[in-house]
Design a protein around this ligand. Structure first.
Ligand SMILES: [Zn+2]
Length: 413
């Protein structure tokens, strides 16, 4: 397995030469990367090698079956290779539908919802935001009261990160030298990004092209940091790469099933770190004052935000129809302003995200729902915050496939 794992890493690096977004992180031997640059392996050869490696993966022995992680590792590597093969086919020009693509790359298909599914939520939002004019404009006007002034951004984010870290550390054994740097950038198709550097370090970039609302602080601190991507990557490095010597985890192929687990845990981690009303209390009592905002409005904002969150699957619908060629960019922006409550500029930014990352969008909301169902299906994890942390951390530190999460629970609707 270790030989196949090493060849898998080299194959991911080889594909990275054809696809600039593919290698999200790599902290294995630098000479492997140099070798990939030098060899410039062609796509058909990468595909053929992937097929060969899949065929060479050995069957499990009785000894293997005694260690759950060994069993998971085998299935995972096989499926990651299969996704790599699909990505090569796409780069070679294969046209997959949105659902075919997400199944091939992320081992999952998002449920489909008609427009009417979102209407009920839109009506509730309309009641919460009475007035004239399109609902999205009313929402934007309401929301404008919760923008963090640019000169207070870093102090608000730093405080949110410190809080998320303090809430995570009692439940997760992190390496002593783990660290996390934040940079503010512009002109990107995403709103935030964690670039894992290896050696338990992360570089988090925050895109300031669009206004940043107060709720982004906790979203970002949890999602990119604690207990999200930074913790996830650090735990994989510690438990799988260093303790077990499983090199395949030193590379992170972005368009692969791993991303559903990464995004799903990063989003679900917010409610693990802030159970019940704890998020609202912290935002109201600490972050609002730091941002110079009126804390008495925090509850109303949280309530509206929770309603708008229920429209998250509208983003999948928009991406699905846009990428399947059923709607133009302009039509997609219009549809998103109505059904996802995205103001035009944000909707436009989202279509750019669809262009680059395509069916990756399902990893955020479907990923979160699958992770939540998986973790909360374990014993009484749904009602006991401590148990929930344990199951959550166990998932973070193990190579589990999206389809294996799904087997534990009915698919989300
Ligand atoms: Zn993410």
């Amino acid at each position: 397995m270790n030989t196949i794992a090493e060849r898998y890493v080299k194959l991911v690096l080889a594909l990275g030469r054809h696809d600039a977004d593919y290698v999200d992180a790599f902290y294995g031997p630098p000479e492997w990367k140099a070798e990939a640059e030098r060899q410039k392996t062609a796509l058909p050869e990468i595909r053929a090698t992937a097929e060969r490696l899949i065929a060479e993966i050995p069957n499990l022995t009785d000894g293997d079956r005694k260690d759950e992680l060994v069993v998971l590792r085998r299935d995972y590597l096989k499926r990651q290779l299969d996704a790599l093969r699909a990505r090569v086919r796409m780069l070679e020009g294969a046209k997959l539908t949105f659902d075919e693509e997400s199944q091939a790359l992320y081992d999952a298909v998002a449920p489909t919802h008609p427009d009417s599914y979102f209407e009920a939520t839109l009506q509730e939002i309309a009641q919460a935001l009475p007035g004239e004019g399109p609902l999205v404009d009313r929402y934007e006007a309401f929301r404008s009261r919760f923008i963090v002034p640019a000169d207070r951004l870093s102090r608000v984010f730093d405080r949110a990160i410190a809080e998320c870290r303090a809430r995570t550390l009692p439940h997760v054994q992190l390496p002593a030298n783990e660290s996390f740097t934040v940079e503010y950038v512009r002109g990107k198709p995403w709103s935030g990004y964690n670039w894992y550097q290896g050696d338990f370090r992360s570089l988090i970039q925050v895109n300031t092209d669009l206004p940043i609302y107060i709720d982004r602080a906790i979203d970002l601190a949890c999602h990119e940091g604690y207990p999200g991507h930074h913790v996830y990557n650090a735990l994989l490095e510690k438990h799988l790469v260093r303790d077990r010597g499983w090199v395949e985890f030193s590379v992170y192929a972005l368009f692969s099933p791993q991303s559903l687990i990464a995004e799903g845990t990063a989003n679900y981690g917010i409610e693990v770190a802030f159970p019940g009303d704890e998020r609202l209390a912290f935002e109201r009592d600490v972050l609002f004052p730091l941002a110079g905002l009126d804390g008495s409005q925090a509850a109303a904002y949280a309530k509206t935000r929770a309603l708008v969150d229920r429209l998250s699957y509208a983003g999948n619908e928009a991406a699905r129809k846009y990428l399947n060629g059923e709607r133009t960019r302009t039509q997609t922006v219009e549809w998103l302003t109505r059904y996802a409550m995205s103001p035009a500029a944000a909707a436009e930014q989202r279509t750019r995200f669809f262009d680059t990352y395509r069916s990756y969008v399902i990893n955020y909301n479907l990923g979160k729902d699958l992770v939540k169902q998986y973790v909360e299906s374990k014993g009484n994890a749904a009602s006991q915050p401590e148990r929930r942390w344990q199951e959550f951390v166990r998932l973070l530190a193990s190579p589990r496939l999206p389809s294996a999460l799904r087997q534990t629970a009915p698919p989300p609707r």
